[in-house]
Design a protein around this ligand. Structure first.
Ligand SMILES: *Cc1c(COP(=O)(O)O)cnc(C)c1O
Ligand code: SF4
Length: 448
């Protein structure tokens, strides 16, 4: 039997209250407070009590994953905020400095605010993104937070309470109308934040309508979530957990495929009794759990961590799906690693495991033109190159057409790469620019 656990959320104001943090020095706690002025901080009693090995702090991977680290800000930025806090500046003034720093940290990478927003009757549809033909992302209003926040989070800008940076569906259900009209869409991916922070009632309001015949074209419903890692009790002892399992069961029985796209960063997250029980409950009703995560320095930038994680996932009946490259946003300087090293992690983990464990595609960059996978590093006519491919692209015709970028051991993101083999641009560049321009014009026309 699993004992009930009641969710206790810790935010910045609790830094002096979390019992385990008493192990840190005053200075270390101050650092957490300072950095959490810029980046969103949130953790909970499950993460603190069951996942972090406090004997191993600050190196513990889950501590790095959820607690602010001084190195997440450059010295210059850190000192600006730290001295503002020390000199007791009013909250409002600290906020202005924090906002300035945030704006320098690429809060909305890969054109999410405009390039992926679809239109219905000449008006943008709030809270959905439609970048790849078959799949629409839905950002439910109630799901724009998480049970805990990852320090490296690529959606961090959504959590800092600044409405200009928020991206979520309004309640008007226009997004449902959009999906109804777009019969080419087969997949809906609920994402956030984490849709699984929503109550059963709210979740039902998003999921149930999809069972109506107008949505027969939707074959797969995916939920992107880190709840299995940060709050597995969601499926086990929360008071509406049975109702959620029942709702999922109904979706499965309707003939649609329900997939949990589970974010797992480290094998430790698969070890607790609660996560194992949650996985068993979901699998019992036929829900498929696919897993994904970026490679993050200080957390999982090591091939053994990945091979252990994939093996344990397969052992528990999960399907490794994506290995991502850390995005070019937020504390990228601290958490990012060069593409060359990410590729090594992938290759070394891949070669250690049996075929059943080799299902994760990667390393993948979710970049402006599409999902770019690094297939390899090789030499062509004496020139060292990255071999790249699109797994998904704004134009489906771009996929699986290998292209080459100059080898660059310092590159950490797609934008750093230059065409190889005397090319002056990548094959898709002109078309991409044209597509982005058209989209931009749609928005400009609105304002006029
Ligand atoms: C990754 C992603 C998807 C899903 O791609 P699949 O290859 O179908 O898993 C859909 N939309 C966006 C914007 C994405 O980044
Ligand atoms: S679970 Fe995802 S959205 Fe939530 S904090 Fe982590 S990376 Fe960000």
């Amino acid at each position: 039997m699993i004992k009930d656990k009641k969710l206790k959320i810790y935010t910045t104001k609790d830094i002096d209250v979390i019992p385990q943090l008493k192990l840190l020095t005053e200075e270390e706690r101050f650092d957490i407070k300072v950095v959490s002025k810029v980046f969103p901080f949130r953790t909970n009693n499950y993460v603190v009590e069951e996942l972090i090995d406090w004997a191993n702090v600050p190196d513990d991977p889950i501590y790095q994953l959820t607690f602010m680290q001084k190195g997440m800000l450059s010295d210059e930025k850190y000192n600006r905020i730290a001295s503002a806090v020390k000199s007791g500046l009013p909250k409002e003034e600290i906020k202005i400095i924090a906002n300035e720093i945030r704006s320098q940290l690429n809060p909305h990478p890969a054109g999410q605010m405009t390039a992926n927003v679809p239109f219905l009757d000449d008006e943008p549809v709030k809270g959905i993104q439609h970048k790849y033909r078959e799949t629409v992302l839905v950002f439910p209003t109630g799901g724009q937070t998480c049970h805990a926040y990852c320090t490296f989070c690529f959606r961090w800008a959504q959590f800092i309470g600044d409405n200009d940076l928020k991206f979520a569906t309004d309640e008007s259900k226009r997004f449902q109308e959009y999906i109804k009209q777009h019969k080419e869409v087969t997949d809906i991916l609920f994402t956030g934040g984490d849709p699984m922070v929503m109550s059963y009632q709210k979740l039902k309001a998003y999921l149930e309508p999809l069972l109506n015949p107008q949505f027969d074209h939707i074959k797969n419903i995916r939920i992107g979530t880190k709840s299995l890692s940060y709050w597995p009790y969601r499926y086990v002892t929360d008071k509406d957990s049975d109702a959620i399992i029942e709702l999922f069961d109904r979706i499965m029985s309707s003939g649609k495929h329900l997939a949990i796209m589970a974010h797992f960063s480290h094998p430790v997250e698969l070890e607790t009794e609660a996560v194992k029980k949650a996985i068993r409950r979901l699998r019992k009703i036929g829900v498929k759990i696919r897993t994904q995560s970026p490679v993050i320095k200080h957390v999982n930038d090591n091939a053994d961590v990945w091979s252990d994680m994939w093996e344990e996932q397969v052992h528990l009946g999960l399907i490794p799906y994506y290995m991502f490259v850390e995005r070019n946003t937020g504390a990228k300087e601290y958490f990012g690693i060069p593409l060359v090293e990410v590729f090594e992690v992938y290759k070394d983990a891949f070669k250690k495991v049996s075929g059943l464990n080799r299902t994760a595609r990667g390393p993948v960059m979710s970049a402006t033109p599409g999902k770019v996978v690094i297939d390899g590093i090789t030499e062509i006519n004496g020139e060292k190159v990255f071999v790249l491919n699109f797994l998904q692209a704004r134009n489906p015709d771009w996929v699986r057409r290998p292209f080459f970028a100059k080898y660059d051991e310092n590159a950490t993101w797609f934008d750093d790469l230059k065409p190889a083999l005397k090319g002056d641009k990548f094959f898709f560049e002109d078309e991409l620019n044209e597509m982005l321009k058209t989209k931009q014009e749609q928005f400009t026309n609105l304002v006029v």
